[in-house]
Design a protein around this ligand. Structure first.
Ligand code: GDP
Length: 589
């Protein structure tokens, strides 16, 4: 009887060879004899691998546990969250919303134009005269919505705000140029957002196009083309010569059919702001993508910190409409301010409700900015335990390919424990802004090995709350991550001085012992912060305050210019002229 062997949905030849304890060369030969050409770093899908392992007396079974784990990982698409409370019996299929990503110059804009021109209806109306950031086309009597803002900057910005307009990503790869850095970034984004990818293999009209090479590159990135037995649809197109566009649209419908994309047209009206601007004569014009419910003229909408009654709704062709059902992009007027792309919008019952919501948002914004949670190695364990995180998301940058490989191997080993490690993106080169944006949108940590972080990347990391960790020795990195996964990593603590004061007089208060009468000269003193007392350059006390008073009142803090009384825990030897420094300890993850 054959032995069972667990195999994932796709497996790299090298790993497959290890599983059956044969040399990779032997496996490659076996594949060749079955008509499959693959190199050691390429992946084959489950069925192909099953044929190979059968030759060695194994029965392949799907790696069930792995599948379930993968399902849990990543974000839940916004639209699924939006319809979570809807009555399931009222949900109907809505058009898929598609966005186009890919490396610069691979033909995103050209493809969007070519697709737009296939739309007969738009052609009859004399073409689309205005660009609202989205448009729709008909195919086989069904509608597909395209977000017309190519480039993953828009996609990332939206994701970073928790929004997600697209159901499907079209990844444009030029057949003459192949997979490039931004192609890999786009794949990382789509995977992190759990949005399925269809590859548009563009520029096939070019004499130097090499589709097979691109397919091989894609397979190496775990996007195994369907004609290689994988599950990624790869559609050859030429945006320039308008070839393959119909196939691409049909492909989108096929993928959409497998996704069960639904909404409740009579449910709560919500969606995402695609773009917005101020027009001198018309006021704020915003493009909204309705994701649930039906938006109607006259509705009162709150979008981010703006609100207003929808005065005029027009479709992507500029035609006035009264209603917009799920997946419909519309241009609206009537908001009192400009919302940001990626803001979620909703319809409310009255302007008063709208004002209340906006006021609350404005009020909580400041505290949110401060409380913005930095994803760090130090608090990984805690956030896993509280259910916020399921695994450690990493972006790995290294100086050379030669150091990237052992690094990834080490990280994969570490991720076999209770808390998994998911590598979103691994590449050579310094840490740049794109890496930080990807990290921010995916709540990931950036690991740099023998590389630097660009100044702009550091700044962005600071404002986005992204943690960057630099290493030059693999075992140090491994040690840190291992400790983090076990919840044993001590936070890196830094001191931050928050205030200074001089002692002007010393009092004796019967209950409190001796008290320093101080004036705050800089920053503030906080009751629960730590203090040091200096006499000249000598440190005479280090510890905590026993009391902080302003005019006999106990206070929690006191600012520059004010006078106060400070008592110290277990310390009475205070003298006039002493210098008080107040500091807090901050985690620096
Ligand atoms: P984007 O930067 O990804 O938006 O790329 P563009 O759509 O601006 O295209 C970049 C260049 O590639 C332009 O010069 C296009 O004319 C050209 N291009 C786009 N698609 C094709 C194609 O299918 N075939 C050929 N030969 N050129 C194309």
């Amino acid at each position: 009887m054959n032995k069972n062997i667990e195999l994932p949905a796709s497996i790299v030849i090298r790993d497959l060879a290890q599983k059956v304890e044969k040399s990779p060369i032997e496996i490659i030969k076996k594949l060749m004899s079955n008509g499959v050409m693959a190199s050691i770093n390429q992946s084959v899908d489950f069925d192909t691998a099953a044929i190979v392992v059968a030759e060695y007396g194994f029965d392949a079974v799907p790696e069930a546990m792995e599948e379930v784990k993968k399902e849990e990982v990543g974000e839940v698409p916004l639209w699924r969250r939006l319809i979570a409370d809807e009555d399931a019996s009222k949900l109907v299929v809505r058009p898929p919303v598609v966005t186009i990503l890919g490396h610069v110059d691979h033909g995103k804009t050209s493809l969007l134009d070519a697709i737009r021109q296939t739309d007969v209806a738009a052609g009859e109306a004399g073409g689309i005269t205005q660009h609202i950031g989205a448009y729709q086309v008909e195919k086989k009597g069904r509608t597909i919505t395209f977000l017309d803002t190519p480039g993953h900057a828009a996609f990332t910005a939206m994701r970073a705000r928790g929004a997600q307009g697209a159901d499907i990503v079209i990844l444009v790869v030029a057949a003459d140029d192949g997979v490039m850095p931004q192609t890999k970034e786009a794949i990382a984004h789509a995977k992190a957002a759990r949005v399925p990818i269809i590859v548009a293999l563009n520029k096939i009209d070019k004499p130097n196009s090499n589709p097979e090479r691109v397919k091989q590159q894609l397979a190496e990135l775990e996007l195994v083309p369907d004609d290689w037995g994988g599950s990624t649809m790869v559609v050859p197109v030429s945006a320039k010569q308008k070839q393959g566009i119909d196939d691409l649209l049909e492909g989108i419908l096929l993928v959409a059919d497998n996704m069960d994309i639904r909404a409740n047209p009579s449910g709560k009206v919500m969606g995402t702001v695609i773009e917005a601007e101020v027009d001198k004569s018309k006021g704020t014009i915003a493009t909204l993508l309705v994701q649930n419910g039906t938006l109607e003229a006259g509705d009162i909408v709150v979008a981010g910190k703006s609100y207003g009654r929808m005065k005029a709704i027009t479709d992507y062709k500029g035609k006035p409409v009264k209603k917009a059902a799920p997946s419909t992009p519309v241009s609206v007027m009537g908001l009192n301010d400009v919302p940001a792309a990626g803001d979620v919008f909703q319809v409310v019952a009255s302007e008063r409700d709208a004002r209340t919501i906006v006021a609350e948002r404005v009020n909580t914004e400041k505290s949110q900015v401060q409380a913005r949670k930095k994803v760090s190695l130090e608090d990984l364990f805690a956030s896993v335990q509280s259910g916020e995180t399921r695994e450690l998301q990493l972006i790995v940058k290294a100086d050379v390919q030669g150091s990237l490989e052992p690094l990834l191997l080490e990280l994969k080993k570490l991720g076999k424990g209770e808390i998994g490690v998911n590598i979103l993106y691994a590449e050579t080169g310094n840490i740049g802004e794109n890496d930080v944006m990807l990290a921010s949108a995916s709540k990931a940590i950036v690991i740099g090995f023998n590389v630097q972080a660009d100044v702009s990347a550091r700044r962005l990391a600071e404002s986005e709350g992204v943690s960057i960790r630099l290493y030059d020795i693999i075992y140090r990195m491994a040690e840190d991550i291992e400790k983090a996964l076990k919840g044993m990593l001590e936070p890196e603590v830094v001191e931050k001085v928050i205030g200074r004061a001089t002692v002007l007089a010393v009092f004796s208060a019967s209950k409190l012992g001796r008290v320093a009468g101080c004036r705050v000269t800089e920053g503030e003193l906080r009751r629960n912060a730590k203090v040091r007392l200096f006499r000249g350059t000598d440190l005479v006390y280090e510890g905590e305050m026993a009391s902080l008073r302003h005019e006999k009142e106990d206070v929690r803090e006191i600012r520059t210019g004010f006078e106060c009384g400070v008592g110290f825990k277990n310390f009475n030897d205070i003298q006039t002229g002493d210098l008080l420094i107040c500091y807090v300890l901050e985690k620096n993850g």
